[in-house]
Design a binder for this molecule. Structure first.
Ligand SMILES: Cc1cc2nc3c(=O)[nH]c(=O)nc-3n(C[C@H](O)[C@H](O)[C@H](O)COP(=O)(O)OP(=O)(O)OC[C@H]3O[C@@H](n4cnc5c(N)ncnc54)[C@H](O)[C@@H]3O)c2cc1C
Length: 372
């Protein structure tokens, strides 16, 4: 989220255990104007949280994971959650391998920018890589031209670098979600004319604007109002600030910065642009896993997505149904709000603590070789 935007959630919905967001804000003399907050305030709160809770030692900054692969596969992964003491004996025998369930490879970018590769082993891995890494594409001709952006930060940077200064051609914004609405507001507030294209009707009940109370989200309702009232009609030209194109899609982009739009009835229209911003959702990048992680989803033949095909997990432990000792949380399992993440983290921690306790109990009773 960019610049002057506000979070969808109230600040205290996104706080973490043991440090109230309001207490942090008042200790830092931050002036909270309302219940919704600036995304950068929340980001500062999280950084501070890591410090005051003494968690820095658990973080590795600028570190990229390139591969997570299984080293040793248990004969019977499926019942690994409820091992009894007799099967535990076998487990302890194999414990040297079990400790090395996963091989993780990656690199850390050091201060001069050079990558330092590493390889480590882990008994368990928790995936918390979100679903924002690969913006969705329209898959139309010309989408790779440099004037076509696929994220808000790219668009925000172009605006702040003055790339649209003095330009009269509109920016095309594609999408009808909140990120597209953020882009519309961003352009509108920077006096950049907007062509807003989306496939749905403005009356579509599933549009997100219909689910947000007007009083709490006035800026999004302003966008929705424009979507409804400033639509393009064949006998009028583009409006000076904003024109919506409901039930339209992009057919192609051309090298001379033009785009071809098509209505649901098949009518085509060409416009010259100063840029295009495609904001139609994003996918996780699980390229570091076997089969790009697809096999972990509810539908294992499709890529993982937050809404339609999240990673399939046990509802209590957050362990992947199709892969023992691999856990997933957050948007990867469909929990797309910060307040839901805590449940995931707690579920994983509890499961690991219970398993650890079981192992210790067994070792104390004199079983195994003492390796737990
Ligand atoms: C515009 C917008 C507004 C939002 N507003 C709200 C709101 O108001 N309230 C709310 O509760 N939620 C909001 N959300 C949702 C919220 O941001 C997510 O629920 C939350 O960020 C999920 O946290 P996460 O840690 O699971 O994933 P992310 O925050 O996506 O973090 C995943 C991290 O993993 C890193 N990563 C990915 N792959 C690798 C790899 N191979 N190696 C190393 N690192 C990797 C990514 O770079 C990223 O830093 C919003 C989201 C968006 C996009």
């Amino acid at each position: 989220m960019e610049g002057s935007m506000l979070t969808i959630s109230f600040g205290n919905w996104m706080e973490l255990p043991g440090l109230k967001f309001k207490d942090w804000a008042s200790s830092k003399r931050r002036n909270l104007k309302g219940d919704r907050v600036m995304p950068e305030e929340i980001a500062r709160y999280y950084k501070h949280y890591v410090k005051v809770m003494g968690l820095q030692k658990n973080f590795r900054e600028n570190t990229y994971i390139t591969s997570v692969s299984r080293l040793y596969r248990d004969q019977d992964d499926s019942d690994s959650q409820d091992r009894d003491i007799s099967t535990e004996h076998l487990q302890i025998e194999k414990s040297k391998f079990v400790k090395r369930n996963w091989e993780i490879r990656g690199y850390q970018q050091i201060t001069d920018g050079s990558p330092v590769p590493f390889c480590l082993f882990a008994e368990n891995v928790a995936l918390a890589t979100g679903t924002l890494d690969s913006p969705a594409h329209l898959e139309v001709e010309g989408e790779d031209f440099p004037f076509v952006f696929h994220s808000m930060p790219e668009f925000g940077t172009a605006i702040s670098k003055g790339k649209f200064h003095g330009k009269v051609d509109p920016v095309l914004i594609v999408g009808s979600g909140l990120t597209a609405a953020d882009a519309v507001l961003c352009a509108y507030n920077s006096n950049i004319p907007v062509i807003h294209v989306f496939r749905r009707r403005v009356t579509d009940a599933s549009l997100i604007f219909k689910q947000l109370p007007k009083k709490l989200y006035p800026e999004y309702h302003k966008v929705y109002h424009m979507m409804c009232t400033q639509s393009y009609s064949a006998d009028s030209n583009l409006l000076p600030d904003y024109t919506s194109f409901p039930e339209h899609h992009v057919l192609s982009f051309m090298s001379d910065m033009k785009c071809v739009l098509q209505s649901v009835s098949g009518l085509k229209k060409i416009f010259k642009l100063s840029a295009a911003v495609v904001l139609i959702g994003s996918h996780p990048n699980l390229s570091f896993l076997k089969e790009q992680g697809c096999y972990l989803g509810h539908n294992s033949s499709q890529p993982i997505t937050c809404k339609n095909n999240p990673v399939e997990i046990d509802a209590y432990t957050y362990e992947c149904v199709k892969e023992a000792n691999l856990f997933a949380l957050g948007p990867l399992v469909g929990d797309n709000f910060v307040r839901f993440l805590k449940g995931g983290a707690l579920g994983v921690t509890r499961c690991l603590a219970v398993r650890q306790k079981k192992k210790h109990l067994f070792v104390e009773r004199g079983g195994g070789d003492g390796i737990a």
